[in-house]
Every structure is written in C-alpha cells, then in structure tokens.
Design a protein around this ligand. Structure first.
Ligand code: 26W
Length: 836
C-alpha cells in the first residue's frame, strides 16, 4: 500500500458538533445564524417571490441547494485565498468531460451536514426524495473518462490538494436516451433550462481567445472564413468541489464561449441587426453541446475548436494566476502541474510554448524545458479509431502559429531520432508528430508524449500494452516518462452516499476511517467468518434490491423479483465491451430451460443499461437485440419467473448509484486487451457484487487483490486474443459447440424478431461472416462455465456472502484517493495545502 495516501488524506474519525461545523463554515465576515433553517426559508421566499401555496419540489430543491451553497461559500473563498497566500504548487486537471451527476446530497454528505438537514426536513415535513429528484444529472461526459475526472476532483479536495478542474460548460450534456419499439432514440439534454444553483458566473475573469479565422453560420453549419482573424471570449463558471469533511472546497471552472461585446457595434451601425446577432450566435455555438462519441474520434471541426478553446482559456487563466505571485517564468513547473485527461487537451503543448515564446519572450530551449516539466498526459484507450489525429489544414487555417511550433518540435524530434537510430527511416515515420499518409495529420498522442514529462496508462495491463505495442518507439526513446496509475473511484459517492445500509454496517464493524482511507476495509476480512456480520451483509443487499425493485416499478411499471439474482452490465454500448456476449449467454440459458423445463436454475434478472453513440449503427442494433430478448423472454410462459431481462433507458450517474448497490453479479466481459481499466467494476466490488469477468483492465488487479478463487474469471487472455489474429475462425465454434450453434440459429430464425424478420442479420455478419473480431464465440463456452460456478456458489448462501465480504474487504486499493496519492507524489510533486 502506498504510504503517501495515509499522509495526505484528512482524518475525520470523530464527527464534529453542529456548533463546530458552523464555526468551520462561517469563516468569513457573514454570520450563519439560525443555520440552515433560516437560510432555506429566505431563499424559498425571496428568490421566487411566489405564493407559498404554489411552491413545489423544484423551488424547494433550489432553496435547499442555495442554502448549502451559502454555508460553503466563505470556506470556498478561504480555500482559494489560502492557496494564493501559500503560493502553493497547484494541480490543473484539463478535461473535455466531467460526468458529475447530482450534487445536493453529495455536498451535504461531504459537508457533514446530514444530521442538520435531516432535522430540518423532519420539521418542515419535506418530501426529501422528491426534492432530490428535481436536480438534473450534470451529464457533461460520455462515460468512464468523464466520471473518472469527477472522482478525481472529489479525492483531490478530500486530500486537501490545491487542485482545479478545467472543462467546458456545455449547454447540452450527453443526450437523453429513450427506447421506442426497442430502438434507441436521442433527445437533447437541456440540463440548464432552469438556473443551476451550483454555478457562479465570473464574467470579470473572462479571457480572450485568438483564432486565425472567423466563423459564420451557413445553412445551420459553422463555416470558417479564411484570413480573417477573430476573437472569442471565454466566460468562467465556477462550481464548488467539496472535500469530505468540508475543510477544502476546490473549484471546477467550466468555460462558456461568447462573442466580444465590442464586436457587433460595427455591424449594428451598418444596419445589419440580424446579421450581428447571428454572428454572436455562432460564437456561443462552440460550447453548446458535448460530442456524444465514445471511443471514436469523428474528426469534426467544431470539436477541434472546442478542444483549442478549453486549452486557450485554461492556460490564459492559470498563467495569469501564476504571474500574480511569480515574477520569474522559470518557476512555472514548481507552481503548476497540468494533467491532460486523454489527448483532448494536448494542444496545450503548442499553446504553452506559444505563450512562453511570444508573451514571455523566452528562448526555445528554456520554453521547451518549462513546457515539458509542467505538462503530463494520461492515455485512456488503445483503440486505433479513438486516437486523435487532426488535419494539418485545420491548424493552418485556425492556429497557424501553433502549427509553426508543432513543426519545429517535430523537426527537432526527428533530428534526434536520426541521430540515435541512423538509417531507421521506419522509426522516423512512426515517431513523427505528422502522419504523412493520406492528407497530412497531427498525431495528438505523439504530441502529448513528446511535449510532456509523464505518460501514464490507467491499469497495469493497459500501461504495459501502451508501452510495448501502441507507442513502442516513443517508449523506447523516453522510457523514464512512462508509468501506470491504476484508476480508482471515490468511496464517498459510490459507497457512503449510494449504499447507506452497507456503509452503516461497515462503520459499525470497523469505525468510519474507511471513508477517507479505504484500505481500512481489510479489517473486514476476519468478519467473513462471523455469522451475525454475514447476516447483516445479506440483509443490506436484500434491502437494496427491494428498494431498487420498488423504484423501478413506481417509475416505469417494470416488475422485477428481488428474490432473483440481479446480474448487471451497465456501460456504454460497444462491440469490445461485448454486451452481445452477455446476450448470447442469456439465449443459451433460455434454450436450456426451454429444452429441460425441470432444470434447476435459480431465478435471475439480467439488467442492461447504456447508451450507443448516435452514429454507431451496430451498437444501436445491439440495444434493439437486448430489448427484443427482454420482450420475447417475458412473453414466453416456459421461462416465466425464472429468467427476466430488462434494458433500463437513460443510463446516468444517478441510475448507477441505485443499481450498483442492488446488484449481485457484475459483468466485466470486454475482449481482453481492449478495456483500458473500467471503473464500474470497482464500484460493484465495493458494493458487494461478485465479478464475472475477463482478464482485462483493472479487473485483473481486482482479482489479484481479492484472490482468484473469490473471482469468476474466464476467457482468452490479451496474449491469446492477439495471438489468434491470424487463424481464428468463429465457424469452428458454430460447427463444434451445439449450444453456441443453437443460440445463433435461434437468433437468425427470427425467434426474437418475429415481426421484423431479418433485422438481426448484421449480428450474423459481426459474429460469423466478418470473423468475430471481438472473439464473442471464442469466449462463450468459458463464460457459461464461469456462470455455472457462480450459480453453484449461490446455492450455498453462506459461501456466497463469505466471498462478498472478502471482495468488499479487498476493494480498498480501488479508491481514487490511492490513485491521486500516486499522481501527487510520482507525477505532480504536489503537497496538501490545508485550509485553516
Ligand atoms: C475523441 C473521441 C473519444 C472520446 C472519448 C475517444 C475516446 C474517449 C474516451 C477515451 C473513452 C473513455 O471513456 N475511456 C475509458 O476511460 C476510463 C477511465 O480511464 C477507463 O476506465 C475505460 O476503460 C476507458 O474505456
């Protein structure tokens, strides 16, 4: 275990009294007399100026959120003032995505205000759950990468690290998904329709972004006007990030694009009132919507400008802050650590060089040294289609100076390669920042690796593959830059908040230090043999399942049996994540029951949730397939009460918070070598689900921590998958495995598409005709074997709950506090800066 973690995490073992808390939060000039009650009443009355009889849950939510914000405001200011005064080295986490979810309950929990709020809720007889439901999920991300950024912010604030998140204030987050006739439909997520109590606009801190061209809207599309440089404004909107215990309150700063005030005057006076307003619209278009593409770089111009906008705003802002206290530019790497969440912000290499060369007037060598020592890069995927490459042409038009800088970086890099590896032109081609094949493109991963001092992957296997396969040549040139930082998740949101029953049992057993030091969970290990503790754990799971079943019934009418095994797979829909493999498993089980109605098999509920990228046709067919599977199985009396499949629409952070505590089985079944880490795997483990999984991503390390006999691993290893590329044929499995063949035959006989014959033919292509790239058929048999082992265990409730306890007890390493401690000591060299 890393000893830094214990040093940096604040210890909050004894809960402070209400009075102590108020003193902690009233650390500025404004008194918080009468506490939350009075604040709430004032907001309810004065913010809405509404007849009290007309006040509904939405107004109540806003008043509650604003009261909490009042309580934290002075502490928030004091946090910033402390960092400024200490001139502390700061972490800047640059990310195109922050998948925050809801904030009210989380902030109340982290501020330790639960008892006070509970009292107020009782006194006022508020319907607290209905009130919480009023908050939209802040869905400013696609999936794992965005949620990781949010967990990291929580950990950094809890560990009292002087950190700031930088992102974009999308007006529309990830699309809202509905399912009609089994198909996914997308609707706009207008999450800011109502005012958001958590954000504070800071127009006085706006920054200017200079672009090499202008834009206009032509028939609804953004078009570049060449040779006419333009200026955009970045307006910061700050959100508080409350550390557990409420001592540190960091900031997530999101940028909104706007047109400069001055800019339309000329147009107005020329009489083109409408034209000027349209121009203004085009500036604001930039941060309107999050790109919903997970794992494919679609190469859209607007996305490229978004990425530059994030980089330009954030660097201008942090350099301005740096210069307030530091006359010497050479101190930059001692005052700032900038982390790239994937390559999306890697234009920062060129932008920081531009600032140091053109604004600080440093020489190349010094600028390059400072840039590299300040920047660090995290890679989140090896999928070739996800690696960003931007056309050189776009740089010429939009960022000519940055292109000049990139080409000079490349010239020096390639000189170096030629010196170190004379005659190896293949290597020169592979290392180059420019992909010369087809239209010339800039390889953003190469730029990030060359222009930073650190490149890390997000799980051991992933970091190894990154080094040995994906960017082998660069890793050979700069071996000391590469490392692994296995992902983690925040135990505050994912255990304490999401699963209060389990959290309470754990605290009763080992005290509450686990909340900020998850390695403490180890202490649960001996309790695996304690009968009454096992009963408590079983009861907590049963309660969570009942609560989930009730919620599902009341919100959608869908009925699931809380006595059945809840078996979940929730994540973006992608071929490599293999929801199809799960579907095939269910078809095989269904066939077994149809053939042998007397077969003994514990009743099971299979739960799926996840969104498909709107342009990813096959992923949408997979969703349709799972929904049809659900309908057909529901309608078949032969399996009634024994098998149930549900596809839950609109997967989001809040849905994960409900479903994960209620799950018995976690499916982590990606083709080995493809899932960089996974993070829901860790949330399930912490919440007492057992894992059915492949040897991929962090699942490997989870099984190592828990012991392989407490895990249900199956399938090809990454080496076997790679080794089978030359010779694998799915037909072998079809021809030689009767259950595999029967399952496929049933699907292609239109059993699940009686009224839509042929719609699943694309699945035949993927699984058979086109060679089954993701090895579904190769792993199906061993998946079923692992599934059977799991069912055998379930038949012995004591043995099952024993393994559950050992899994929970071994999940401590997968706290994002541990991950952040590693980043802080090994990449950032940043210390905690406690707020007095
Ligand atoms: C440019 C389009 C695009 C957008 C997002 C390409 C790639 C992405 C992300 C890298 C996708 C993503 O979320 N990756 C996930 O990151 C998690 C956090 O590290 C990992 O746990 C997941 O395994 C990885 O798929």
């Amino acid at each position: 275990m890393n000893s830094d973690r214990t040093r940096t995490v604040a210890k909050i073992s004894s809960s402070p009294t209400a009075r102590e808390l108020l003193k902690q939060y009233a650390c500025g000039p404004v008194q918080l007399t009468g506490a939350s009650n009075a604040l709430y009443e004032r907001h309810l009355m004065f913010d809405n100026v509404m007849d009290p009889k007309a006040i509904g849950p939405r107004e109540q939510y806003e008043a509650a959120a604003k009261s909490v914000r009042d309580v934290l405001s002075q502490r928030w200011l004091l946090t910033e003032r402390t960092y400024e005064r200490e001139n502390a080295k700061r972490i800047y986490y640059l990310s195109m995505e922050f998948l925050i979810g809801r904030s009210l309950a989380n902030n109340i929990m982290n501020l330790l205000l639960d008892p006070m709020v509970k009292q107020a809720v009782d006194e006022k007889r508020l319907d607290w759950l209905a009130l919480l439901e009023q908050e939209p999920d802040a869905g400013l991300g696609n999936g794992g990468l965005g949620r990781l950024a949010a967990c990291f912010l929580d950990s950094m604030a809890t560990m009292q690290l002087p950190a700031m998140g930088y992102g974009l204030r999308y007006e529309y987050g990830i699309f809202r998904q509905s399912i009609r006739d089994g198909w996914q439909h997308e609707e706009a997520d207008n999450w800011l329709r109502r005012p958001d109590p958590w954000e504070a606009a800071r127009p006085q801190e706006q920054v200017e972004v200079r672009l090499g061209c202008s834009f206009e809207v032509r028939s609804g599309k953004l078009a570049a006007v060449l040779g006419e440089p333009s200026i955009l404004l970045g307006i910061p909107y700050d959100r508080p990030v409350v550390g557990y215990g409420g001592r540190t309150i960091n900031t997530l700063r999101l940028w909104a694009a706007a047109a400069p005030e001055a800019f339309d005057f000329h147009e107005f006076s020329a009489g083109d009132f409408v034209g000027a307003l349209a121009e203004r619209l085009s500036a604001e278009t930039l941060t309107r919507v999050l790109y919903p593409d997970d794992s494919t770089s679609m190469g859209q111009g607007l996305r490229f400008v978004q990425e530059y906008f994030l980089v330009a705003c954030s660097l201008a802002d942090l350099v301005r802050r740096f210069r307030r206290n530091n006359p010497d530019w050479r101190a930059l790497p001692d005052r700032a650590a900038i982390q790239f969440n994937d390559t999306h912000p890697s234009l920062a290499v060129a932008e920081l060089m531009r600032i140091l060369l053109d604004e600080a007037h440093l020489g190349w060598d010094e600028a390059w040294d400072l840039t590299r020592r300040t920047l660090a890069y995290t890679n989140h995927t090896l999928l070739p289609e996800a690696l960003e490459k931007w056309p050189l042409r776009w740089f010429e038009v939009l960022l000519p100076r940055q292109l000049e800088i990139i080409l000079e970086i490349n010239r020096r890099l390639l000189d170096d390669v030629r010196n170190r590896f004379p005659g190896d032109e293949g290597r020169v081609e592979r290392v180059s920042l420019i992909d010369e094949r087809g239209g010339r493109k800039v390889r953003m991963a190469n730029l990030a690796i060359v222009g930073s001092h650190s490149t890390n992957g997000v799980a051991a296997i992933h970091s190894g593959l990154l080094r040995r396969v994906t960017v082998k040549d660069l890793a050979e040139m700069f071996p000391e830059r590469f490392s692994n930082k296995t992902n983690g998740v925040t135990p505050r949101r994912w255990l304490l908040l999401a699963n209060p029953a389990l959290a309470g049992i754990i605290t009763d057993a080992i005290g509450d230090r686990w909340i900020t030091d998850l390695a403490e969970l180890e202490k649960l290990k001996p309790l695996a043999d304690d009968r009454s503790f096992r009963d408590d754990i079983r009861r907590a799971k049963q309660d969570a399942k009942s609560r989930f079943a009730e919620w599902l019934k009341s919100t959608s009418g869908v009925v699931v049996d809380p006595a059945s095994i809840f078996d979940s797979q929730i994540k973006r829909i992608h071929e490599y994540k293999r929801q199809l493999l799960n579907g095939l498993r269910i078809v095989v089980l269904y066939n077994r029951l149809r053939e042998n109605p007397d077969l003994e098999m514990a009743p099971r509920t299979f739960v799926f949730a996840g969104k498909a990228a709107p342009a990813y046709q096959l992923a949408k067919i997979i969703i349709k397939f799972l929904n049809n599977l659900a309908d057909t199985i529901d309608a078949d009396p032969a399996v009634k009460g024994r098998l149930k499949v549900v596809f839950l629409p609109e997967y989001c952070v809040s849905l994960a918070e409900r479903l994960i505590p209620a799950s018995d089985v976690s499916n982590q079944i990606s083709t080995a070598g493809y899932e960089a880490s996974g993070t829901s795997n860790m949330k399930f483990m912490m919440n007492g689900a057992l894992t059915l999984g492949t040897r991929d991503g962090a699942t490997i390390e989870m099984a190592e921590a828990a012991g392989e006999d407490n895990f249900f691993l199956f399938g090809l290893t990454a080496e076997q998958v790679a080794g089978s590329r030359g010779w694998y044929s799915p037909y072998w499995h079809y021809d030689n495995e009767p259950e595999t063949r029967a399952a496929l035959d049933l699907i292609f006989s239109n059993h699940f598409s009686r009224y839509e014959p042929g719609i699943f033919e694309p699945l035949r292509d993927v699984l058979l005709t086109h060679g089954d790239h993701y090895r579904h058929l190769a792993d199906l048999t061993s998946y079923l074997e692992a599934d059977q082992r799991l069912l055998d265990l379930y038949a012995d409730p004591d043995a099952w709950v024993r393994k559950v306890i050992l899994n929970v007890a071994s999940s401590g390493r997968f706290s994002s506090d541990r991950t952040i401690a590693e980043y802080a000591s090994q990449i950032w060299n940043v210390q905690p800066c406690p707020v007095p």
